[in-house]
Ligand binder design. Structure first.
Ligand code: C5P
Length: 233
């Protein structure tokens, strides 16, 4: 079991997701679900996954709306015992504050972790600057938004392996860093661009690594984790 590994359940099929949870529940610390499963099955999917053995669930719906709407969303997720969830830092201070206040109402024991998304990895520098009108590099903008997230009490941020070091320098030891796009040094990249290996990601300051296909497609999970250098911890 490696508690720092979060397995992404990227399927719209509940049976497949439940099968993956049963296969991986003793090996990883949490499971991440997104729009595909929640739009198909609603938040009841959380109970189904929990029944299959998913003790911690990361709800990756990247909330971005007015403060009141995001607070309502956080309240619903917290009520269902979500362990971690994402929201866009670009929603602004008032939105983050509303989310944090709502999460705190769940009480210390069941308070969900709120993790901020800064610049989506699908956006490149040209789009950011020429079309979205941001006069910073991707990395500068990610650092700026990550500092804002910490200032407004989010529990952490998401970033690719390429930005961990810069973001850790920007926010110090505050908050957790959650990093997707983890690959074996010689592993298949799939559709990802900014990938990195697990050891370097942790060395640079990541706290949680999101791994999808490399685990869900693995015939021998312990061996795969070993290849990543992620057995134990
Ligand atoms: O299969 P793979 O390991 O590429 O899955 C990575 C997971 O992390 C997917 O659920 C993907 O949506 C998510 N993710 C990502 N890159 C980001 C943010 C999230 O790959 N920047």
């Amino acid at each position: 079991m490696n508690r720092h590994v979060i397995c992404a359940l990227d399927t719209p099929h509940l049976d497949e997701a439940l099968g993956t949870v049963k296969k991986l529940k003793d090996h990883v610390g949490a499971f991440k679900i997104g729009h595909a499963l929640t739009l198909s099955y609603g938040l009841d999917v959380l109970d189904r996954l929990r029944d299959a053995g998913a003790a911690r669930i990361f709800l990756d719906l990247k909330f971005h709306d007015i403060p009141n709407s995001v607070a309502l969303a956080v309240a619903e997720a917290a009520k269902r015992g979500v362990w971690m969830m994402t929201l866009h830092i670009a929603g602004g201070p008032a939105m983050m504050t509303a989310a944090v206040e709502e999460a705190r109402m769940a009480g210390d024991a069941s308070r969900p972790l709120l993790v901020g998304v800064s610049v989506l990895t699908s956006l490149d520098e040209r789009t950011l600057q020429d079309q979205l009108g941001v006069n910073r590099t991707v990395e500068e903008h990610m650092c700026h938004l990550s500092r804002l997230a910490m200032e407004f009490d989010l529990d952490g941020v998401v970033c690719s392996a390429h930005e961990i070091k810069a973001i850790r320098e920007a926010v110090g030891q505050r908050g957790v860093i959650v990093t997707p796009g983890i690959r074996l040094p010689d592993g298949e990249v799939h559709d990802q661009k900014r990938v990195g290996d697990a050891g370097t990601a942790i060395e640079h300051g990541a706290d949680y690594l999101v791994i999808g296909r490399a685990l869900t497609n693995s015939a021998d999970v312990e061996k795969t984790l070993e290849q990543f250098g992620l057995v134990g911890a």
